[in-house]
Structure formats: C-alpha cells, structure tokens
Ligand binder design. Structure first.
Ligand SMILES: *Cc1c(COP(=O)(O)O)cnc(C)c1O
Length: 330
C-alpha cells in the first residue's frame, strides 16, 4: 500500500501500545504512544512528515516552510525534520514574538528554524495560510526551492502517515488477539482523521476486522467538516493506488463537545484529563490537543459508548506546550 511512495525515515515506529486502567462503563483503555514517535520530542506529525519530507526530497526542495499556532507541535517537528534532513526551515506562527521563547517555540529555535511572527490570532488559520504562501513565494524568488506545507501537514501526502499508522495499530492489536471496538484521538486540522479512515477503508477492503474511529474535535476555526475529511481520505486512497476503495462522509465522526470555548483555550474537562493521565499512567498531555482529546474519550466511556470493550486512545503528543506560559493547569 505504501511501498511505492517516497518516505523519509524520521519516526520511531511501531510506537508502543500500552494497557491503561479500566474506565467508565468498564471499558478497557489502551494508549497508543504516538507521543513517542521520536522526532524532535515526538507526536503525531512525525508520521505525516515522513511522507511530506519524502516528497520534498523527491522534488529537490532545499527548504521547508510551514505554519501553525504560536505553540505549534507541527512546526516544532518540521523544524526537527529539517535539521535531520539538512534543509532550512521557516515557520509562520500566530501571535507576536515573545520576550522569552518557551515550549515548542524554544525547541523550534533550538532545531535551527527561523520563526516568523504574524501577530495573527490563534484560530485565524486563513490569515496564517496567506502569510505562508507569501513567504513561500518570497523564498522561491530568492532561489531557495521551498517545499511549503499547509497547517498541520494535512494534505493527502501527510495523511498517508496515519493511513500507515492505522494499519500499524490494527496489526499490533491483532498480534495481541485483541480488537478494540473504537479508536479515539484528538482531531484538529483533519489530516490524522483522514489518514486513519483511509487506512481503515483499505483494511476493510482487504477483509480485515477494524475498529470504529472517533475524532475529538478541538478546533472550530478551520471548520474541517465531514465532507472535507472524507475527500482528503479519498485523495489519500488514490495515492495508495486504491481508487476503488472509498470513505463516505457518514464514516467521519467528530465529537466537538470537548473543545470548551475555542481552539487553544483551556477547558475544565481537558485540564481534568491532564491531571488524570499524569496520575493514572504517567502520561503527559497538553491543554490544546491531547488533554481535550482524552477528556472526550473518558467522557464517551462514562456515557457508556464503549460498554466494557477495549478502546484505544491514540496519544498524539503535545507535551512541550506544558512548558509554555500557563501550560500546566493550576
Ligand atoms: C496536530 C495535533 C493534533 C491534531 O492532528 P490533525 O491532523 O491536525 O487533526 C492532535 N494532537 C496534537 C498533540 C497535535 O499536535
């Protein structure tokens, strides 16, 4: 499914699948440790960047340009990928340049990336994307041959990383003679979700038993809806040379009840989940993504959604944001 595709070796995979405690309704929680993908502190973007950077190398790019929120994990991991592959990295970020860099920004600088602050609000992704395009054109005019990556790396090429990641997870479960009813994870720009659904559809077409997939939505600014995710999944299946395998918009389940007030605004339930994960498993979650994502998984368990089945929470990372201002809940 993936052998014909260009891929840079950046992530440490397969990531561990750890057993967690019994949660609401008697569900058996498992945690897929995609926070430990290795690259520059780890997280879900490492899987996407393997295919994105493979493509960048194929076209002979010498620089990577990407964009994100002020504390973007995707930007931090792109910075690390550039460091590994010998490519210059430019990051377009929301907000203004802080007096002292913290968290992901500190790490992005350490990896040698150049940070460009736009002053844009955290959830104004359209404004950020325009700034990315402008900088990409400027660098191209300067002869740098930049490879420009949209927010979250959520193109069909990036989503390939989670198609492969989903196959990895299902194989890992099958090896343990355990098949979860559901895989739950934190969804923002939709690429992780699209990739998982593409991988799931490919496995169904191959006659395999697969779990359901639920994304816990933590961003409304982008408004990635069901048709968008299905379309992205289908483009991903095209790249996998499976044009007859399709994802239907009805297969896309995004639960947006756990976002709180907005993207990157801490929520009470998310903060509670951060404390729960830290004290029940030694897991590090963040306030923008994985904390809210786990609050959704635990909340759904409490509602009886999973019964007493096995459920996998894919831990997509984000711990460096704990070391940003107000990164740890009080
Ligand atoms: C980017 C990110 C997500 C969401 O992934 P998308 O593909 O953008 O939906 C979830 N968790 C963390 C920690 C992230 O950095």
């Amino acid at each position: 499914m993936f052998e014909h595709l260009d891929r840079a070796s950046l992530a440490t995979t397969p990531t561990a699948l750890e057993r967690g405690p019994i949660v609401g309704g008697g569900a058996r929680l498992w945690v897929k440790r995609d926070d430990l993908t290795g690259l520059g502190g780890g997280g879900n973007k490492a899987r996407k960047l393997e295919f994105l950077c493979g493509d960048a190398q194929r076209v002979g790019a010498r620089a990577l340009v990407t964009v994100g929120a002020a504390q973007s994990n995707h930007c931090r991991m792109t910075a690390a990928a550039g460091a590994r592959l010998g490519m210059e990295v430019h990051l377009i970020l929301a907000g203004d340049e802080p007096e002292t860099a913290t968290g992901n920004q500190l790490l992005s600088s350490l990896f040698g990336a150049q940070l460009h602050f736009t002053g844009a609000a955290e959830s104004h992704w359209g404004e950020l994307e325009i700034a990315r395009e402008a900088l990409t054109n400027q660098l191209a005019d300067g002869g740098l041959e930049p490879y420009s990556i949209p927010i979250g790396g959520s193109t069909a090429i990036g989503a390939l990383g989670y198609a492969a990641g989903f196959v990895e997870l299902v194989d890992q479960c099958a090896d343990r003679l355990m098949m979860p009813s559901t895989v739950v994870f934190t969804s923002s720009s939709g690429g992780t979700h699209a990739g998982m659904l593409a991988g799931r559809a490919a496995l169904i077409a191959a006659g395999r038993v697969v779990p359901d997939v639920i994304g816990i939505g933590v961003a409304k600014g982008v408004n990635i809806g069901r048709p968008d995710v299905a379309e992205l999944a289908n483009e991903t299946l095209d790249l996998m040379q499976l044009p007859d395998v399709r994802v239907d918009p009805a297969d896309v389940e995004v639960d947006i009840r756990w976002i709180g007030d907005d993207y990157a605004v801490p929520a009470e339930a998310g903060d509670e989940a951060i404390r729960w994960a830290a004290t029940n498993g030694g897991w590090l979650l963040d306030r923008t993504y994985s904390g809210k994502g786990l609050s959704g998984a635990l909340g759904l368990a409490d509602e009886g959604r999973f019964g007493n089945s096995d459920v996998v929470f894919v831990h997509t990372g984000g711990w460096p944001a704990l070391f940003a201002a107000d990164g740890v809940p009080a």
